[in-house]
Design a protein around this ligand. Structure first.
Ligand SMILES: [Zn+2]
Length: 316
């Protein structure tokens, strides 16, 4: 346990030493500027690897492993200089989950905009996973250590190039137990839902084995599609729209598949970005070793450009 804590503390120190450049103010559109700012692949993979390590014990909500994962996410939010909302860094909750009562903590960070400070984009990724079941540890590298790592990279870039809208970054807990953290959040929102222009939800951003990062939610909110349609592929990864029409049935319909569903139920527009099902989905084999860093980095770059496109396009 001591070794584990020292390792996490060492990483926190490492990231804390990274200098934070002042937000630039040139007139180039943020979408174009983003192309010149590379993903920090080493940090991206470090975040993924730490969250999906065996000692996180599958990050089950309400377990010691989940607590360690939360401590790590908090340390990264702090290192990145993300402000806490007035209500605090953590949002605790207790609810009836899919497998009984569940307690958890959402982790919150804020980047205020000076351009449109009172209109918000809520970017989310759940940090919990399935924990240990029948003696097997479900590390959840793609689901969803990847989305959290992508969110942290987005946070780093927002500190370099300020967004047009204010941004609330949320690492949700207990997604795997009936979207419990997200459902608690929308009942107790930190920023008003009426002032929330869109929820951008990241869940499984690493395993684009087929070269596709899916965009779900523009069938429900068509005005969000044109800015995203303009995005070119990044390396081996391209966007594809779908999994959200009445013709998409069963597990091929993702409108209610992850935390964005809680926002959708309250009438908040959503965009969900994620990879398709793969053989390791919800298996103990969803490990870091199955992730190709170049694909994950490309997908994360596409996530960042999608964020900028939405941020720029919301008021057009
Ligand atoms: Zn997930």
């Amino acid at each position: 346990m001591v070794i584990r804590l020292v390792a996490v503390a060492a990483f926190a120190t490492l990231v804390a030493c990274v200098p934070q450049p002042a937000p630039d103010s040139d007139a180039t559109p943020a979408v174009a500027r983003e192309a010149n700012d590379a993903v920090d692949r080493r940090q991206l993979m470090a975040d993924l690897t730490i969250l999906a390590a065996d000692d996180m014990q599958g990050r089950g909500a309400g377990t010691p492993g989940g607590e360690r994962a939360r401590a790590y996410v908090v340390s990264r939010f702090e290192a990145l200089g993300l402000a806490a909302p007035p209500s605090g860094r953590l949002q605790p909750f207790q609810r009836q989950g899919r497998r009984g009562p569940v307690s958890g903590f959402n982790v919150l960070g804020v980047v205020r905009s000076t351009a449109t400070p009172e209109r918000w984009i809520v970017v989310s990724a759940h940090y919990d996973h399935l924990g240990v079941r029948d003696g097997q540890t479900y590390n959840g590298a793609d689901d969803n250590a990847s989305g959290v790592a992508s969110l942290l990279e987005l946070a780093r870039r927002l500190r370099r190039t300020a967004p047009r809208h204010s941004v609330l970054l949320v690492a949700f807990d207990a997604e795997e137990q009936g979207l419990s953290g997200a459902r608690h959040y929308v009942e107790n929102p930190v920023v008003p839902l009426a002032a929330t222009a869109v929820n951008l939800n990241l869940d499984m951003t690493a395993r684009e084995d087929d070269g596709v990062l899916w965009v779900t939610g523009t069938h429900q909110n068509p005005s969000l599609r044109p800015p995203l349609e303009a995005l070119a592929p990044v390396g081996p990864v391209r966007l594809r729209f779908g999994k959200d029409t009445p013709q998409d049935l069963g597990e091929n319909n993702w409108v209610n598949a992850s935390d964005h569903a809680a926002f959708h139920a309250r009438g908040v527009p959503f965009v969900y970005l994620g990879a398709d099902y793969h053989a390791d989905y919800h298996q103990p084999t969803d490990d870091v070793a199955r992730i190709r860093p170049e694909v994950f980095a490309a997908a994360t770059e596409l996530v960042l450009r999608a964020f900028r496109a939405l941020d720029e396009g919301l008021d057009r």
